[in-house]
Design a protein around this ligand. Structure first.
Ligand code: CAA
Length: 258
């Protein structure tokens, strides 16, 4: 499938999706969000793909939702079309792991899109922020909700109320990103993490994604029960027998997703 706002490439079990609207710093318009949801759904269906990397350009992962697209819209229009809901829900339903590789600006919807991924590796040039307040609106794709869960109330409140941008080292310190790497190595580092994930049993990687995400949605006691039952159920797989046999026999495991 050819896309106008994305470059999609599948190699070695990893699908790399590059946001590609350089003229607008990858601002998220309806076309880009729909194409992204479609590309992710294709990756979900493609048996060759075991992990996904979502990235942008060196200057911008994405500078937010497209302001020019939204400027003239009224409340009734955005409410009735339910702006951003179906695309973000489609992205949220992807079960394969998604790594965000962020360089440059990840602002507004760009920061929110990175947070929809399973973890974020960023370059030392990355800048995160929720500057919607400067436009007379609030975040609308998770910037008041996911950011608060990632970095806590105080920082999330400050960023959403002042529009202050956060640099890479602060983002790593407060747990928004898993790692900061030199900008020239960003894609290699993200690909190497994706390749490591691709070598595991997909039964397990998809289950683990679901389990960690439950930590944000459930009380601790329920989450622990959910985790224990999934852990138990993984003993019904051939991959559990293979993984543990490989450890005992001092060899690499050959997982078959069974
Ligand atoms: N929407 C539409 N176009 C955008 C854009 C956006 N979010 N961000 C950048 N662009 C466009 C600019 O208008 C400009 O286009 P023209 O050359 O046609 O004028 C082009 O991208 C390059 O941008 P700049 O010239 O501004 O580049 P810069 O290096 O001087 O500044 C920047 C970079 C600081 C990121 C600045 O572009 C900026 O502040 N962008 C807007 C950031 C923002 O407010 N994001 C939140 C959007 S609202 C949102 O996301 C809501 C939500 O939660 C869902």
């Amino acid at each position: 499938m050819a896309y106008e706002t994305l470059i999609v490439d599948v190699e070695d079990h990893v699908c790399v999706i590059k946001l590609n609207r350089p003229e607008a710093l990858n601002a998220l318009n309806k076309q880009l969000l729909e194409e992204l949801a479609e590309a992710l759904e294709d990756s979900q269906k493609n048996d060759k793909v075991r992990c996904i990397v979502l990235t942008g350009s060196e200057k911008a992962f994405a500078a937010g939702a497209d302001i020019k697209m939204m400027q003239e819209k009224s409340f009734s229009e955005v409410f009735l079309e339910d702006m951003f809901t179906s695309e973000s829900e489609r992205i949220g339903r992807i079960r394969k792991p998604i790594i965000a590789a962020v360089s440059g600006y990840a602002l507004g919807g760009g920061c929110e899109l990175a947070m929809m991924c399973d973890f974020i590796i960023c370059s030392d040039t990355a800048k995160f922020g929720q500057p919607e307040i400067n436009l007379g609106v609030s975040a609308g794709l998770g910037g008041t909700q996911r950011l608060t869960r990632y970095v806590g109330k105080s920082k999330a409140m400050e960023m959403n109320l002042t529009g202050r941008l956060m640099e890479a080292d602060e983002a790593e310190r407060c747990g928004l990103v898993s790692r900061v790497v030199p900008v020239k190595k960003l894609l290699d580092e993200a690909l190497s993490a994706a390749l490591k994930i691709s070598e595991k049993s997909m039964l397990t990687t998809m289950a683990v994604k679901e389990m960690v995400n439950r930590a944000h949605e459930m009380p601790l006691a329920e989450g622990l029960r959910f985790e224990r039952r999934i852990f138990h159920s993984l003993f019904s797989t051939e991959d559990q027998k293979e993984g543990m046999a490989a450890f005992s026999e001092k060899r690499d495991a050959q997982f078959r997703d069974k």
